[in-house]
Write a protein that binds this ligand. Structure first.
Ligand code: CIZ
Ligand code: SF4
Length: 319
């Protein structure tokens, strides 16, 4: 519409003037993802976002996503300016794992290798031996288990127990959860599957175990997009944030995408599975990103120095 076109033009011009590039997550509003695509920016998962930012020549990275994604981008590109539409965009996994409490938890298990999900604060990453995303989670834990290491995992309990089952590794789990994926329910999803018996079911491993059990394919965001393209099914039921439909539909243009239902919804729904923090990334805020004074990601040099050790293990891991 007209308003979107206005902000697109404004943002495009401002990015150019400020030597900036837009890096957006799959879960942001499709309008933001389209703008990133149209301006030479990038859309992807958190690991791909940080890698793209580090490799790009722009002096300013504008990160549309949630705070931990801005922090990871900053830590991998400490000399670049990293701006976000709003620093209020956070994540229930990050909120549910404060660094001081996590430190006490670690101290109870001095003999364990500390592995944390990318969805954590810079301070929590600084306490870890490894940082991983769901795209490499199973492979990294398999690698550590093969070396005889015992694992302490945080913060997502569903992803942790999924990895634990897949690898058989010895893991103690922090009990965090994602408020979006935790809402997918077995009973409701079974009803959707009855409505679309030919559909393939794709599930992100931040979902409860009972939902994962109904999946034809479990994987990270990029892996689910690949599966939507490669599976023969014409209909695809998707249990992750609905923002992913933008890139998934590009990858599989002829397929019908159906969002998995959440608690309290019927077998199909329109508005479910949308992260409230991802939604805070609005075009209007993006157009003001260079004028605001309170939206730059800053991480202290001591934290960067510590967190870069596990972050570089993540970036350099080859399966
Ligand atoms: O659920 C999230 O926030 C995800 C999938 C993050 C990521 O690693 O891209
Ligand atoms: Fe965090 Fe869940 Fe939102 Fe991802 S979808 S940013 S894990 S609350």
């Amino acid at each position: 519409d007209q308003e979107t076109a206005y902000y697109n033009d404004l943002c495009t011009q401002r990015f150019k003037e400020n030597d900036a590039v837009l890096i957006a997550h799959y879960y942001t509003d499709p309008a933001i993802q389209r703008l990133a695509e149209a301006t030479g920016g990038f859309v992807g998962d958190s690991l791909e976002m940080a890698k793209f930012g580090a490799a790009h020549q722009a002096s300013t990275l504008v990160v549309a996503g949630v705070r931990f994604m801005g922090e990871t981008s900053k830590m991998l590109s400490p000399d670049k300016r990293v701006l976000m539409p709003t620093l209020d965009a956070t994540c229930s996994l990050d909120i549910g794992c404060p660094a001081d409490e996590f430190k006490k938890f670690i101290d109870q298990y001095p003999d364990r290798t500390v592995v944390v999900y990318a969805n954590t604060s810079a301070e929590v990453k600084a306490l870890a031996d490894w940082v991983i995303t769901s795209s490499i989670a199973v492979d990294v834990i398999e690698h550590l288990d093969a070396k005889g290491e015992k694992i302490l995992w945080a913060p997502d309990r569903h992803l942790g127990s999924y990895i634990q089952k897949k690898t058989g590794a010895d893991m103690v789990l922090w009990q965090g959860h994602c408020i979006v994926h935790d809402e997918f329910k077995h009973i409701a999803l079974e009803k959707t599957i009855k409505l679309y018996p030919e559909a393939a079911v794709l599930v992100h491993p931040e979902s409860p175990d009972s939902v994962i059990q109904l999946a034809d394919h479990v994987g990270s965001t990029s892996q689910l997009i690949k599966a939507a393209k490669e599976l023969p099914n014409q209909q695809i039921i998707v249990a992750t944030d609905k923002g992913i439909f933008h890139k998934m539909q590009q990858a599989a243009p002829d397929k019908e995408l159906i969002i998995a239902p959440t608690a309290g919804e019927g077998a199909t729904c329109q508005s479910c599975a949308q992260c409230p923090w991802m939604k805070m990334n609005e075009l209007a805020l993006l157009s003001e990103v260079f004028e605001k004074q309170d939206n730059e990601i800053l991480v202290s040099p001591e934290i960067i120095k510590k967190a870069l050790i596990p972050l570089e293990r993540m970036v350099n891991f080859k399966r």
